[in-house]
Ligand binder design. Structure first.
Ligand code: UGA
Length: 475
């Protein structure tokens, strides 16, 4: 029997396969329950799959089993509790149990930047694949979801071959994910495409069955989810190419912001005007403090490092420029702060000693508690280093920020952060900050000066309320 593709592309039909466990739908596991794996595990249970999430971190697993999501991701708490109660979802630190349970095992561990260079650290991928493979006792499909350098899937296949008897026939596939923090639930349940890198009909059929819940949901909502079936290398490259493109788009508009700053143009109007051209589009064209997070910055570096190894380094040299434009936005905020406070810059940057600065925002973007490579927190640390007394408030990122940069002062709310401040810096565009009343805040500060590093405030409103306002790439 064959199943037709759900989209209209003229592609071959996919063979139906029976899960090795004998269950009617493949049982799925997710190894690594961070932002990626926890979200996937919970959402796949919501789609009706029997799911087991594995992690070596016993605290995280205990929390998840108790119905507590260890990260801030809108909508995830309710789905976790509902699916635990339904008995479709559980979490474990036992790799033998995980290996015995699953037909399809998704590898969702982190691939951070290596401490000694720009490349990706694959030690978590190696550890999780090795221990899983060593415990497998029947055929299964191991699917990489982590963002990796091209060539990793082939290497994972060799690792699996080394640690499983050949007669089990364990196979490998790669299926990158594109979820954005803050929208992760919808991105998993309603992805804009599914990409799979496979080598066999069986792997293709198994992976189709493991995504059928997504296609079925789309059909009930009268949508289509395009499916791209390709080879390992292309599947791996799709992910880094997508992130490199997004990073480039953001740095392009921030480069325009620099030119606007030199020529008294307004980058927000420029972005709006070019964004009306459907070939350009208006998304990811928000000039400001630039990109951060656990993905874009390290992915463009790892991509360059891998291209260099492959002898194609020149092709990605522009990504170095993308990185530099992005990092320059951080020092731009420091300059604007010094200008507003009437401080001169020396060779070591401005001296801000004796000033009190309120920093609103610590996370790398709104609607998450993630502060990994957060531009906001990096700027807060720069202001502190320049001598300012920095008081930070963030709606969700306080605990993570305090752990990452303990030398700053952390406040309980916006009012406490801005009280007595000579300058307010809005560094993450949380709705609470965008909607704050400049009149009320003006009564609390020592000086009405604001740097809007995300161009997210109504500049006219703040100026009318007596604030000296500076945006990014704006006159
Ligand atoms: C990014 C990609 O968007 C996802 O598709 C991908 O799956 C994910 O990385 C990943 O590799 O796992 P994410 O890191 O959650 O997702 O964040 P984005 O929404 O892409 O934002 C990244 C950064 O760019 C943020 O700091 C944001 O403030 C900044 N940004 C975004 C801008 O400065 N301007 C914009 O116009 C858009």
């Amino acid at each position: 029997m064959t199943i037709p593709y759900p989209n209209t592309q003229p592609v071959p039909a996919i063979a139906a396969v029976t899960p090795p466990s004998g269950a009617s739908r493949p049982r799925v596991t997710f190894l690594g329950t961070g932002y990626l794996g926890a979200t996937y595990a919970i959402c796949y249970a919501e789609l009706g799959y029997e799911v087991l999430g594995f992690d070596v971190d016993a605290d995280k697993i205990a929390k998840l089993n108790a119905g507590e999501v260890p990260i801030h991701e809108p909508g995830l708490d309710e789905l976790l509790r509902r699916n635990l109660a339904a008995g479709r979802l559980r979490f474990s630190t036992d790799i033998a149990e995980t290996a015995a349970f699953g037909d399809v095992h998704f590898i969702c561990v982190g691939t951070p930047q290596r401490a000694d260079g720009m490349g990706a650290d694959l030690s978590y991928v190696e550890a999780s694949v090795t221990s899983l493979a060593q415990h497998l006792t029947r055929k299964a499909l191991i699917v990489g979801k982590s963002t990796v350098p091209v060539g990793t899937a082939e290497w994972v296949e060799q690792l699996v071959g080394k640690h499983t008897p050949a007669d089990l026939g364990v196979e490998v596939a790669w299926s990158p994910e594109f979820l954005q923090e803050g929208f992760a639930v919808d991105d998993v349940l309603r992805p804009n495409r599914i990409v799979v890198g496979v080598k066999s009909e069986w792997a293709n059929g198994m992976l189709y069955a493991a995504h059928k819940g997504v296609f079925d949901l789309a059909a009930t909502e009268d949508r289509e989810v395009p499916l791209v079936v390709t080879d390992f290398a292309t599947a791996e490259l799709v992910k880094v190419a997508a992130n490199a493109f997004l990073a480039t788009k953001i740095s392009f508009i921030n480069a325009m912001a620099e030119v606007c700053e030199a020529s008294s143009g307004d980058v927000t109007q420029l972005a709006r005007a070019i964004g009306y051209d459907p070939r350009i589009g208006n998304r990811f064209l928000q000039a400001g403090l630039g990109f951060g997070g656990a993905c874009l910055p390290k992915d463009i570096r790892a991509f360059q490092a891998r291209a260099q190894e492959l002898g194609a380094g020149e092709a990605l040299r522009f990504l170095h420029e993308v990185d530099l434009i992005n990092l320059r936005r951080r020092t731009r905020v420091l300059q604007l702060a010094a200008d507003l406070l009437g401080r001169r810059s020396g060779p070591a940057g401005p001296d801000l000693s004796g000033t009190r600065i309120a920093v609103l925002g610590a996370t790398f973007k709104p609607n998450t508690d993630d502060v990994r490579d957060a531009p906001a927190l990096a700027v807060a640390a720069l202001l502190h280093k320049a001598g300012a007394d920095v008081h930070v408030y963030d709606p969700q990122g306080m605990d993570n920020a305090r752990r990452a940069v303990p030398e700053l002062s952390y406040e309980a709310d916006i009012a406490e952060a801005v009280t007595g401040a000579d300058l307010v810096c809005v560094l993450t565009e949380w709705a609470d900050f965008r909607n704050a009343d400049p009149g009320l805040l003006g009564d609390l500060v020592a000086g009405r000066r604001v740097v809007d590093a995300r161009n997210c405030l109504d500049s006219a409103l703040w100026t009318q309320a007596g604030w000296e306002y500076r945006g990014m790439g704006r006159p």
